[in-house]
Design a protein around this ligand. Structure first.
Ligand code: ADP
Ligand code: ADP
Ligand code: MG
Length: 471
């Protein structure tokens, strides 16, 4: 097993990896930039190294990070999610320097990170994909021609996209003409690539994704699915495992498809195969070659520690489980608590967390890097906490979620927590039948009145009096 592991990330996922290292007897090494001087991952890791004043550059420089890993005697690097996690060059440099990259092979990252190459691989493997363009689009004329063939609505997508960005639905040729330059410009800015492709827009699908684990000996298993249909602007808000809307037959079908997809590309380590599911069809959408934000809920229903398995696999160990050893029990929900103001168009709400109280009690887990007095810097993701709840059945997990959200205190900033309380009360959501249009179809759920904590109101009044008195 590894002796020392560098974490090329920050925030809650860096803390999550530090925890796995601590349990496995591996020394953890954090990196940080100036705004993260007081970040929790820096405090929690066994060692931390400063990467400069620029908020982002230090987390995004493959050579520098691998050099640091070598200098500090690390034998492995965990990339987390976001940042360099899907950067094939980073994985390649690690391998060249004899440091284990905790993820799949660089070639597999490159192929699956390119959404058109991934579609090609899946077509060859016999995994169903949405009808769409053959590879990237040369220009707008080709886009219009393909869209005419597959018929509107279509999705125009950035080939290297991620995080829900660089995707636009187009319902007509006029919309496609208008969106084409926008998606190209967004893709160039966000992903450094102007490549785009088209696929048929599946109307009102469910987003169902399957967690897989594959070792270096050629074994691959799945850990069942997650339902991530509760999204806003193609970004996940609440994730559920297992999906309350699949039959056991559908569950077995998508699980097998995901394993087939992983095997077809020679996948190694943990990964997620994302599908769009309608009443009659299942389509491959993309594969994420990294640990996913919502891996937590799969851990809660299966008991498998996914980050530990990632590290074991990268160390060359065989999977500890066969498919028949993996069972799921109950339901888990994850709420992405974002530092955003839902009532103000989800505008980011960064700043000082004046008070944080973690919810607890049975079936509650929080993965976060915030603490009382911590100032959330404006340079990174707005997700500041993941609240995960588990219960034996669907109705109970909904009630437990509401209770845990009510237990939690995150003061000083606005968060998405009160909005999730409204979703939990909604009869459509409670019925367990919903699709990716749930959020846009329920604008009324944003009409809640804010119940501010008395102590927060007292603080605000005190601040106003102080300001008035010129204190
Ligand atoms: P998940 O796929 O794990 O549910 P998200 O889609 O929310 O997670 O992405 C997690 C983080 O990774 C976000 O900060 C997102 O912006 C970032 N990210 C995902 N894909 C990419 C990509 N291709 N390029 C840059 N950042 C990405
Ligand atoms: P990202 O890499 O940003 O995660 P995805 O390709 O996974 O991008 O798509 C993100 C979301 O966009 C999906 O979860 C789904 O809600 C929506 N989406 C993507 N492709 C389609 C499609 N062809 N039809 C309908 N919805 C889609
Ligand atoms: Mg996706």
């Amino acid at each position: 097993m590894f002796k020392k592991l560098l974490i090329a990330n920050r925030g809650e996922i860096a803390v999550r990896i530090v925890r796995a290292c601590a349990e496995m007897g591996i020394r953890s090494v954090a990196i940080y930039t100036e705004p993260d001087r007081y970040a929790l991952h820096v405090k929690r890791a066994d060692e931390a190294h400063f990467m400069g004043d620029d908020p982002l550059a230090g987390y995004l420089d493959p050579r520098r990070i691998v050099n640091l890993a070598a200098e500090t005697g690390c034998d492995a690097i965990h990339p987390g999610y976001g940042f360099l996690s899907e950067n094939a060059e980073f994985a390649r440099i690690c391998t060249e320097r004899g440091i284990a990259f905790i993820g799949p092979d660089a070639d597999v990252i490159a192929r699956m990170g390119d959404k058109t190459a991934a579609r090609d691989s899946m077509i060859k493997a016999g995994v169903p994909v949405t009808p769409g363009s053959e590879g990237n689009l040369a220009d707008l004329d080709e886009a219009l021609e393909v869209a005419g063939k597959i018929d509107y609505p279509v999705m125009l997508k950035a080939t290297s996209g991620g995080g829900g960005r660089g995707i636009r639905r187009c319902d007509s040729a006029d919309e496609l003409r208008a969106q084409y330059p926008r998606v190209i410009s967004e893709a160039t800015k966000a992903f450094g690539s102007a490549e785009v492709f088209l696929e048929k827009c599946i109307v009102d699908p469910k987003h169902i994704e399957v967690q897989i684990l594959a070792d270096s000996q050629g074994s691959a298993i799945h850990l069942f699915e997650r339902d991530c249909s509760i999204q806003r602007r193609n970004q996940k808000l609440i994730e559920i495992a297992p999906s309350p809307q699949l039959t056991p037959e559908q569950r077995a079908y998508v699980g097998d498809l995901a394993v087939k997809a992983a095997k077809a590309v020679g996948y190694e380590n943990a990964g997620t195969v994302e599908f769009l599911v309608t009443d009659n069809e299942v389509y491959f959408m993309e594969m994420n070659t990294r640990v996913q934000v919502e891996h937590t809920i799969t851990e809660q229903i299966t008991g498998v520690d996914i980050v530990r398995e990632q590290i074991r696999i990268a160390a060359g160990l065989p999977l500890q489980y066969r498919q028949q050893d993996i069972q799921h029990r109950g339901f888990a929900l994850q709420f992405r608590i974002n530092a955003e103001d839902p009532k103000n168009n989800f505008l980011p709400s960064f700043g000082k967390v004046t008070r944080y109280y973690a919810p607890g009690g049975p079936g509650v887990r929080t993965d976060t890097a915030i603490y009382t007095g911590y100032t959330i810097p404006p340079y990174f993701d707005s997700m500041c906490l993941k609240l995960i709840v588990w219960a034996l059945n669907w109705d109970d997990v909904l009630d437990r979620g509401a209770r845990a959200l009510a237990d939690m205190r995150v003061q000083g900033i606005r968060t998405t927590a009160p909005y999730y309380q409204e979703i939990l009360k909604n009869p459509d959501f409670r019925s367990g039948v919903f699709n990716t249009s749930f959020v846009p179809n329920h604008p009324e759920l944003l009409q809640y009145s804010e119940k501010r904590d008395p102590s927060e109101i007292a603080l605000a009044i005190a601040a106003a009096i102080a300001a008035h008195a010129g204190l």
